[in-house]
Design a protein around this ligand. Structure first.
Ligand SMILES: Nc1ncnc2c1ncn2[C@@H]1O[C@H](COP(=O)(O)O)[C@@H](OP(=O)(O)O)[C@H]1O
Ligand SMILES: CCc1ccc(OS(=O)(=O)O)cc1
Length: 298
């Protein structure tokens, strides 16, 4: 009965409305608050975790939080991840990521999905450390499709075939995957950015966690690193109410859980042969001007 009530309540929530900032599709709430977001005052000791949506942001956030807390699991369970690390551009009627960040003591860790050109300039001026995480386009697209289906904060994605075209056109919330990953990759040349890959995190989580630790200037014992690897594994994070967004009223986990599959190569279960060919051609064209490369299967 409770489940049925929740289902009805979710069905009544209108899907997210969008508008644009400088040609980038964003949630309408974000566009309406753009001046406040753009003028956000970063501090030199802020750490920013940036990504295209569904690239492994939450995974990276939990790794960072556990490193900062020397692997203390209980400390990382102090609050849901979006309260521990405010989502910079997130806006709701009574609250926003900016308000949360402004009310927080330093050192702060923040999260954003903004493309590099829309990041508030104070992050560059204050030379803040940034961790960017990227995921191969095919799995990223599949994951985003399911997320748009289950999250009423975003527009309904339509059918898979429709979404495939929308995604490739770049007219999805937070913009083109290609421009996002390339823009942040380029910025790495002039700014302290640790650029991580979801697929590398899957292949060797301990190696990637160590990279994060070194970037943060920490030195943790091997057993602490092992503990972090275990507690940030997909199965553990899926069961952790502080990382699985289970209490977010806009998300319908019965339709598709936030912690969905956590694998590389699930795109093979969704792409038709024709779609795979179209994407490969599109990929070649769009990635011709970058040294960035991705692994599509492990
Ligand atoms: N610890 C973990 N290990 C592997 N994948 C994880 C993970 N935690 C979250 N994910 C996956 O990362 C994606 C969500 O990314 P984000 O946090 O950026 O929204 C989802 O992918 P899938 O939908 O492919 O399962 C989710 O399952
Ligand atoms: C629409 C708001 C929203 C909420 C949560 C999100 O999660 S994630 O950043 O993709 O992990 C994204 C957008």
């Amino acid at each position: 009965k409770v489940e049925k009530k929740k289902e009805l309540e979710w069905a009544l929530i209108p899907p997210g409305e969008v508008s644009q900032v400088d040609g980038i599709v964003l949630e309408k709430n974000i566009c309406n608050s753009w001046d406040k977001i753009w003028n956000f005052e970063a501090k030199p000791d802020d750490l920013l975790i940036a990504s295209y949506p569904k690239a492994g942001t939450t995974w990276t956030q939990e790794i960072v939080d556990l490193i900062q807390n020397n692997g203390d699991i209980e400390k990382s369970k102090r609050a849901p991840i979006h309260l521990r690390q405010p989502f910079l551009e997130w806006v709701r009627t009574t609250n926003s990521g900016i308000d949360q960040a402004n009310a927080m003591p330093s050192p702060r860790t923040l999260k954003t999905h903004l493309p590099v050109q829309l990041l508030p300039p104070s992050f560059w001026e204050k030379n803040c450390k940034i961790i960017y995480v990227a995921r191969n386009v095919k799995d990223n697209m599949v994951s985003y499709y399911y997320f748009q289906k289950m999250n009423k904060g975003l527009p309904d994605p339509g059918s898979w075939d429709e979404y495939f075209e929308t995604f490739l056109s770049g007219k999805v919330v937070w913009g083109s995957w290609f421009d996002h990953v390339k823009g942040w990759w380029k910025k790495k040349e002039s700014h302290p950015i640790l650029y991580l890959f979801y697929e590398e995190m899957m292949k060797d989580p301990k190696r990637e966690i160590r990279k994060v630790m070194e970037f943060l200037g920490k030195n943790l014992k091997e057993e602490v690193l092992d503990k972090i690897v275990y507690n940030t594994s997909f199965d553990v994070m899926k069961r952790n109410p502080m990382t699985n967004y289970i209490n977010d009223v806009k998300m319908n986990h019965r339709l598709s859980p936030f912690m969905r599959k956590g694998v590389t190569g699930d795109w093979k279960n969704h792409f038709t042969e024709a779609q795979n060919k179209q994407l490969n051609e599109n990929y070649e064209k769009n990635m011709a001007d970058t040294s960035l490369s991705f692994c599509m299967e492990l």
